[in-house]
Ligand binder design. Structure first.
Ligand SMILES: Nc1ncnc2c1ncn2[C@@H]1O[C@H](COP(=O)(O)OP(=O)(O)OP(=O)(O)O)[C@@H](O)[C@H]1O
Ligand SMILES: [Mg+2]
Length: 252
């Protein structure tokens, strides 16, 4: 059995940032939805530091606050209280344009339901983040095809999502997530709709993104998904209840 370093970032190919800021830093984060009788206190004081290059799994029962946390990490929501620093930047201090730019340039998203645009081909779906970033069309297509090749779908570039299997659709979504070379990849139940073969393929791709030094946060209910991560957090009732560092899965 090989010895695995506690910090996978030590193996990353991505140079450490000059400031050495953690990839993710949450301090005293609360999230409150609604008001009056309908108030839901979805997060109750989250403190979390994720070094650059770490692969983190988040587990916990339904309704515990996992997706709420993910929406904050993804700059889709701003916490009601507390601060979120992404790569050292205080996200709460940014305006909408800067938030959109961070989502586009620094973050890659993978969802349980794939979230592909049904009337667009695989290559067009993968090209979209580059269109938002005003990358020239020829370069967009070249990079989208390279990203599809990376996930083993070069020969499906012209297929629309409904002509692809669930596992293939998720691989297109991963190609879309990686095409802007994000430093952080956020995945909310990425294998929740997949069979075991497709699950294995998606997990291998997430492993390869981690091996490149990207920071990965994956929400999952499945132990074999969490087993790929170097660190496993559990959340219950809006609070982190356990935080365990683990060796990467023995087969990887
Ligand atoms: N937009 C919202 N408005 C009001 N309440 C919300 C909203 N989003 C989430 N909640 C509530 O916040 C709590 C946490 O929800 P969240 O979606 O984060 O749970 P989860 O851990 O992701 O659950 P699951 O495993 O079922 O996906 C729940 O009680 C939920 O009903
Ligand atoms: Mg959820």
């Amino acid at each position: 059995m090989s010895v695995v370093p506690a910090s996978p970032s030590a193996l990353g190919t991505r140079p450490a940032s000059v400031s050495e800021a953690p990839a993710i830093e949450l301090t005293g984060v609360h999230q409150v939805y609604g008001s009056g009788d309908g108030t839901v206190h979805a997060l109750r004081g989250i403190d979390l530091e994720v070094p650059a290059g770490q692969y983190v799994a988040v587990m916990g029962p339904s309704g515990s606050g996992k997706s709420t946390l993910m929406n904050i990490l993804g700059c889709l929501d701003i916490p009601s209280h507390g601060t979120y620093r992404l790569g050292g930047t205080d996200v709460g201090a940014l305006g909408d344009d800067d938030l959109a730019r961070i989502r586009n340039r620094s973050l890659g998203f993978v969802f349980q339901s794939f979230n592909l645009i049904q009337r667009m081909t695989a290559v067009s779906n993968v090209s979209l983040p580059m269109a938002y970033a005003a990358v020239p069309r020829a370069e967009r297509i070249e990079r989208a095809l390279a990203a599809l090749a990376r996930v083993g779908l070069h020969d499906r570039a012209d297929h629309v999502p409904q002509a692809l299997s669930g596992g293939q659709q998720q691989r297109v979504a991963i190609a879309r997530a990686l095409v802007m070379e994000p430093t952080v990849v956020l995945a909310d139940e990425p294998t929740g709709n997949l069979d075991s073969t497709s699950t294995g393929e998606v997990l291998d791709l997430l492993d390869s993104l981690a091996d490149e030094g990207r920071t990965i946060v994956v929400i999952t209910h499945e132990d074999d998904v969490a087993a790929r991560a170097g660190r496993v957090l559990t959340i219950a009732d809006g609070q982190i209840t356990t935080d365990t560092m683990e060796a990467r899965h023995a087969s990887h």
